[in-house]
Design a binder for this molecule. Structure first.
Ligand code: NDP
Ligand code: HEM
Length: 500
């Protein structure tokens, strides 16, 4: 057996006894001067940090992004040039469940990627779905409240979920995906990742292209039915961690193909839908996918808390050659994430090793709690800018081209003039009979205990997607209520198994 290192206090002094507190006589009491005991208890009291307000339960691993194709006509991003190999981190998550939630719950999965490029960190904080429930960030906190616990019962409330969805037709596309087979992937390896938003790429000539990013699983899509998931959760709550962590420990490295869809600024003026609307996809027939490269995960974290729990992703992290878009949701997310990290992890979260860029960093931010790195201006006497002392200066070559936007400032009604039914219909029509039946029964299961009028309001939305959709859900709800007569409708405070 190797010789163990010497146990010390946090100040480095040797610890002579890690079993027995200092007491007055063998029966106690304990004396306050037992600083080693006090340090131990005080540290235990500080072991937890706030969990993420959404996407609290997660699983992550490190790997590489390898670019195999040439898309340099669209972007100068160094990490997207042919042959580039960039180290990266992925964190997958469920949205609604807390830190201790079971993995195999029906929910959207987060698909957050951090690429440590030589020009700074590029974060693509996506989901396993190409669209989202809402299209205006004003509605994001309301939507999340419906997914979390009821303030009185402290349980999830299907009534709240379907009340909100049935009053928000823009959610139909994402609700259909969530309730379809893809709403319950078997493992993180068996699902696609989507940047979801429209981002932009810009090239050496300063031309901007709109872009969607897709990561297509090479492991194939695999899903659980609700019944299979219930059995699994009865046996293990950690099935994703077991599969991802366990697989990588065994040398099985999952891969995804990176694809993009590209739209010119001129084309964006002509699409019948708003190409910056997060509830819409760009049809593949009009905007075919272009293969770019491959992402592989091949290394587990050594310490889950340090490297996965403290990982901080933000859509504001972009690099030269990649830009944002007018998408209202994306614009709000550019603010929200770094703000969340400063609260959850602290002012200097970017200095935690997992978040640290792997390129030189120079800025004029100063001091603050736990500042262990001094100043990063590049020169001792340069603590403001401009200065005459060799401090870091701006680099105009990183300036992205102007983004063309027009319009009068107002609060525009995002529910006017938008077709919320066409794309869910295209998806519904892709499903075979078995997929449709599972969609209906998953929805009926998720509607257990929901007020009849809310169910009917939601079914009227499904009717507008496709008459077969509304009829199928009504029949499934009826069948469920006959099987379990009290299931529909009942008091809204009835306990429910709720992530669905
Ligand atoms: P296509 O037939 O060209 O593409 C269909 C897409 O649907 C494929 O990307 C496929 O993913 C995906 N898909 C298949 N089953 C499901 C499911 N149960 N849940 C979610 N996605 C699924 O058609 P369009 O591009 O015209 O899109 C038609 C509909 O497909 C859209 O309205 C949208 O709902 C959905 N979709 C479209 C995407 C896009 O970017 N255009 C992306 C994902 C979904 P895969 O390739 O992995 O099999
Ligand atoms: C996590 C806000 C929409 C994907 C978070 C967090 C916040 C947040 C505050 C917690 C961050 C943390 O504490 O680390 C918002 C807001 C949104 C929005 C305000 C809309 C206006 C979206 C969308 C997607 C998404 C559209 C996907 C396309 C994620 C993911 C995480 C996350 C994957 C977890 C990241 C991780 O693994 O650490 N979001 N979100 N969010 N969000 Fe969003």
């Amino acid at each position: 057996m190797s010789k163990a290192p010497r146990l010390t206090t946090t100040a480095g002094a040797p610890v002579p006894d890690n079993q027995n507190s200092v007491t007055v006589g063998p029966r106690g009491p304990i004396v306050m001067q037992d600083y080693q005991l006090l340090e131990k208890l005080a540290h235990q009291n500080r072991e937890r940090i706030p969990e993420r307000t959404v996407h609290a339960k997660g699983w992550g691993a490190f790997g590489t992004l390898r670019i195999t194709e040439d898309i340099s006509k669209y972007t100068i991003a160094k990490a997207l040039q042919p042959g580039a190999v960039t180290p990266m981190l992925a964190r997958f998550s469920t949205v609604a469940g807390e830190l201790g939630a079971a993995d195999a719950e029906r929910d959207v999965r987060g698909f957050a990627l951090k690429f440590y490029t030589e020009e700074g960190n590029w974060d693509l904080v996506g989901n396993n779905t190409p669209v989202f429930f809402v299209r205006d960030p004003m509605k994001f906190p309301d939507f999340i409240h419906t997914q979390k616990r009821h303030p009185k019962t402290n349980m999830r409330s299907p009534n709240a979920m379907w009340d909100f969805w049935s009053l928000s037709p823009e959610s139909l596309h994402q609700v259909t995906i969530l309730m379809s087979d893809r709403g319950l992937p078997q493992t993180p390896m068996n699902m696609n990742g989507y940047g979801s938003h429209t981002y932009s790429l810009w090239n050496a000539a300063g031309e901007r292209y709109w872009v969607k990013f897709h990561f297509k699983t090479k492991q194939g899509h695999k899903h659980y039915t609700n019944a299979e998931a219930e059995t699994l959760v009865g046996k293990t709550r950690e099935s994703y961690q077991e599969a991802l962590f366990g697989g990588i420990e065994k040398g099985v490295f999952p891969k995804w193909e990176l694809q993009i869809q590209v739209m010119t600024e001129e084309q964006a003026e002509q699409t019948p839908y708003n190409p910056f609307d997060l509830t819409k996809v760009w049809p593949h027939s009009e905007f075919p996918v272009i293969t770019v490269g491959e992402m592989e995960l091949n290394r587990n974290a050594e310490n889950y808390f340090a490297e996965i729990e403290q990982a901080a992703f933000s859509p504001s992290n972009i690099v030269p050659g990649i830009g944002h878009s007018p998408d209202k949701m994306l614009q709000a997310r550019v603010f929200s994430y770094a703000d969340a990290h400063r609260y959850r992890l602290g002012t200097h979260y970017e200095h935690l090793p997992v978040n640290q860029p792997k390129c030189p960093v120079h800025h004029y931010h100063k001091d603050g709690p736990m500042n262990f790195f001094g100043q990063q201006t590049g020169s001792t006497d340069a603590y403001y800018e401009p200065n005459s002392f060799g401090g870091a200066v701006e680099d105009k070559s990183a300036q992205e081209p102007p983004m063309k936007v027009t319009g009068d400032m107002a609060r525009y009604n995002h529910r006017e003039g938008n077709d919320d039914f066409g794309q869910p219909r295209a998806l519904f029509e892709l499903f075979d009979a078995g997929q449709k039946q599972r969609l209906f029964s998953n929805i009926a299961a998720a509607m257990g205990g929901v007020d009849a009028e809310i169910i009917e309001r939601q079914c009227r939305l499904f009717d507008q997607v496709h008459p077969e959709y509304g009829a199928g859900v009504r029949a499934a709800v009826k069948a469920a209520s006959e099987y379990e007569p009290n299931a529909v409708p009942v008091d809204e405070n009835t306990p429910q198994h709720a992530a669905e």
